[in-house]
Write a protein that binds this ligand. Structure first.
Ligand code: ADP
Ligand code: MG
Length: 726
């Protein structure tokens, strides 16, 4: 099989799916949404536009985002400010409007046998005045609000008491993600519930056939798929809710893992790789004579794992994870030397020009006075220079090519590429990685992926679930933990004083400002006024200050950077462009301005720029006094720990996987129900079950696994259809 073909055909099913009775019946789920009673063309259009719900099936699989607990009624007298959302049964005694103009609100008094509480509405007042009936008994639901010891419930859901909402009040009512437009068109919470109920009545067990092997369902005591889908919409008890949610989450993660592990296995079965059997002069000369330090045990272990891969005759696809400063570059270099010893070229690709240049510089330095030819290539290398590099590359005169994603372009042709390394900030997609595969024949090069910062375990398992994973879980000896402190504006003078002290001791200082595209102009102003303020505090000629930001010309950036590297300037005022670019061991203080505007991983990455020398290093996180809960949590996490893995986990919990860099483009993390921040245990179980099944029955040929083949095929089809559209 051709490599390229293989890369793009990974989703092809193993079993030819026959059109069975089940498949026919399932078509009801494909019915256009407007055919559902109570929907019609207008609401159908809206559901399509607002929620992407186009079919019965889409509606069915749009699960509730939360539930209203209707299993009990609270007593008004028992309510406290911590009661949260409550269900009450009582009588509406009276209502009237209060306030004037824009502050007009409708206030009602609601009473049960234990006491009374105010109900408040700010919108829809005239409609409510017509609807609400004084003296009527209602079941209401809403969140208790406390203001100066008085409790009220703003905008409660109100239902006239009926046998349905009292006697059968043993259920959790689903609440679905909605939009204002939907609410305005009468597709509010209540009517959504009604639609789902109608739909569920139409569906029979055969239309939601089991997707998991019977023994797996049994092993975990899962409800059937049909039951689970009924129950996730209308659970009667907490146990039912939990059981159905667990099952559906498992299913989701299980198929994801099954697909990833299948890709991994099939690659191993089908994609041969070059055998690097020799350790030769390139490696030995460097390792014995030039290695500037002893490798850490973690570096040695990971290197051994890579070396073992090189010997298998199978293409390596390995991820190396390690914290900032754990020494991934050296591991990469040593792996490259092994490739050279076996007559192959290697390349290393980085996500930004600055990072690629830094790799080029540090690797060239390591290989000074050695016969290894190292070259740099990026989009900015043009004309003659580029032509020259490409010629030498094709002739095999360049051993190591370092650069940006320019390396994957078709016009970059190697004589004999044996190992491709990518240093990723979760930034390269699967397709880009795949492009590297085509750079040699008959076999693709071995691929080593390095992450710039640690990523949480659950995310690694999904984003990189098709790769083997190595972890460098140890920092080189002698590193002192960076002391991290949170400071606000009223500490400014002392912070300046501290900088002065450190500079007097001969150290250098970074001051980092946020810079994002959306507010670029203001950010730049902010940076410049910060620079001016600092220039006043640290006047020439005694002090020299560098400035660095993304709007500067490459040559100017380089000039400023070099001055700081050589120690000619004591302070570097910069934006996050220094995030990945710099290694200045003498810089031991980092001041981060507007810390609340940075993400956690970014802060950790920035902090990693100090603590590279022998001196005690400091990171001062400046922020305004008033902070949101999340900002506070981020800053506290930074103050608490220097461990990148811990920080990555905290980041995932705070932001959710959808917001983490790279997850969106990857398209892999498209989970409906499972949450990678919370469902680590389910994910681990799902991966283990998937692995065991593939160990046993790699091609899913056994009768008990037919359901899996069918399901994978179906998902494959959906994927294909999507990729054609988008
Ligand atoms: P990262 O994993 O963040 O890419 P680097 O490869 O840039 O880290 O290494 C960070 C610093 O640690 C470099 O200055 C490197 O020379 C140094 N280093 C790497 N390995 C060791 C080691 N085993 N002992 C001492 N210093 C090391
Ligand atoms: Mg690095």
């Amino acid at each position: 099989m051709q490599i390229s073909q293989f890369v793009f055909n990974l989703q092809i099913p193993f079993a030819i799916v026959k059109l069975t009775a089940t498949n026919m019946l399932e078509n009801i789920l494909d019915s256009p949404i407007e055919y559902l009673k109570g929907v019609g063309p207008k609401k159908g259009e809206l559901l399509r536009k607002e929620l992407g719900v186009a079919t019965f099936g889409d509606l069915l699989f749009a699960y509730p985002s939360r539930y209203i607990d209707k299993t009990q009624f609270h007593h008004i007298a028992d309510l406290t400010e911590d009661s949260g959302s409550v269900q009450l049964k009582g009588v509406l005694r009276r209502f009237s409007t209060e306030g004037e103009g824009r502050k007009t609100r409708l206030v009602g008094q609601f009473r049960d046998e234990s006491g009374a509480i105010s109900l408040v509405w700010f919108t829809g007042i005239s409609w409510l005045q017509k609807q609400l009936i004084i003296g009527q008994e209602y079941v209401i639901y809403g969140r208790v609000n406390a203001f100066k010891d008085a409790y009220s419930i703003p905008h409660p859901e109100m239902e006239v008491v009926s046998t349905e909402n009292t006697q059968t009040a043993t259920a959790f009512a689903p609440v679905y993600p909605s939009t204002e437009k939907l609410n305005a068109q009468g597709l509010d919470a209540k009517s959504r519930r009604r639609l789902i109920k109608l739909l569920l009545e139409k569906i029979e067990p055969a239309q939601l056939p089991e997707t998991l092997p019977a023994y797996v369902v049994k092993k975990f005591h899962f409800p059937s798929r049909f039951e689970s889908i009924l129950l996730i919409h209308f659970p009667r008890t907490e146990d039912e809710l939990k059981a159905s949610t667990n099952r559906l989450k498992f299913e989701e993660l299980f198929f994801l893992q099954l697909r990833l592990l299948q890709i991994k296995r099939r690659r191993k079965d089908e994609v041969k790789g070059y055998v690097f059997e020799k350790i030769g002069d390139f490696f030995n000369n460097f390792y014995q004579n030039k290695l500037p330090f002893e490798l850490t045990n973690a570096q040695k272990r990971v290197l051994k794992e890579i070396r073992r891969d090189f010997g298998l005759g199978i293409q390596m696809n390995r991820l190396v994870q390690g914290d900032v400063g754990s020494g991934k570059t050296m591991v990469a270099l040593l792996a490259m030397l092994m490739a050279l010893d076996n007559g192959f070229q290697t390349c290393m690709m980085a996500p930004t020009e600055i990072l690629a240049q830094q790799h080029f510089i540090s690797i060239s330095n390591y290989l000074q006075d050695s016969p290894v030819e190292v070259a740099f290539l990026s989009g900015s290398i043009k004309g003659k220079a580029r032509k020259h590099i490409l010629e030498r590359l094709a002739a095999g005169e360049i051993h190591i090519l370092i650069g940006t994603h320019a390396l994957i372009e078709d016009w970059v042709v190697f004589k004999n590429l044996g190992l491709a390394i990518t240093d990723e900030q979760h930034r390269f997609g699967v397709a880009q990685r795949a492009a590297l595969w085509k750079k040699n024949k008959p076999f693709p090069p071995h691929v080593l992926v390095m992450t710039a910062t640690p990523i949480p375990r659950t995310l690694a398992m999904t984003l990189y679930g098709d790769l083997d994973i190595s972890v460098i879980d140890e920092l080189p000896p002698g590193r002192k933990d960076i002391v991290t402190l949170h400071r606000t504006e009223n500490h400014r003078l002392r912070v300046i004083g501290f900088m002065r002290e450190q500079i007097a001791l001969g150290r250098q200082v970074y001051i980092v400002y946020p810079m994002i595209e959306e507010s670029e102009k203001m950010d730049l102003q902010n940076l410049m006024s910060g620079y001016e303020a600092i220039s006043r505090e640290f006047p020439t000629p005694e002090f020299q200050i560098s400035i660095l930001h993304g709007k500067m010309k490459a040559a100017d950036k380089d000039f400023e950077m070099q001055r700081f590297v050589r120690g000619e300037t004591q302070i570097m005022v910069a934006t996050t462009v220094i995030e990945v670019g710099v290694n200045v061991p003498n810089a031991s203080v980092m001041v981060i301005e507007n810390t609340e505007r940075f993400g956690l991983s970014q802060l950790h990455q920035l902090r990693g720029r100090v603590g590279r020398g022998a001196e005690q290093s400091y990171c001062l996180l400046m922020s305004s006094f008033k902070l949101s809960k999340d900002s506070k949590e981020r800053i506290q996490t930074m103050v608490r720990t220097n461990n990148g893995f811990e920080i990555a986990e905290a980041d995932l919990k705070l932001r959710g996987p959808g917001d983490l860099e790279g997850t969106q483009q990857s398209g892999i993390v498209n989970l409906r129900l499972a949450d990678l921040a919370k469902d680590g245990k389910i994910l681990a179980a799902a991966r283990e079950v998937a692995a065991r099944i593939l160990d046993d029955d790699p091609y899913l040929k056994r009768p008990e696994h037919e359901v899996l083949a069918v399901q994978l095929a179906k998902e494959g089809k959906v994927k294909k259809a999507w990729s054609r559209i988008s």
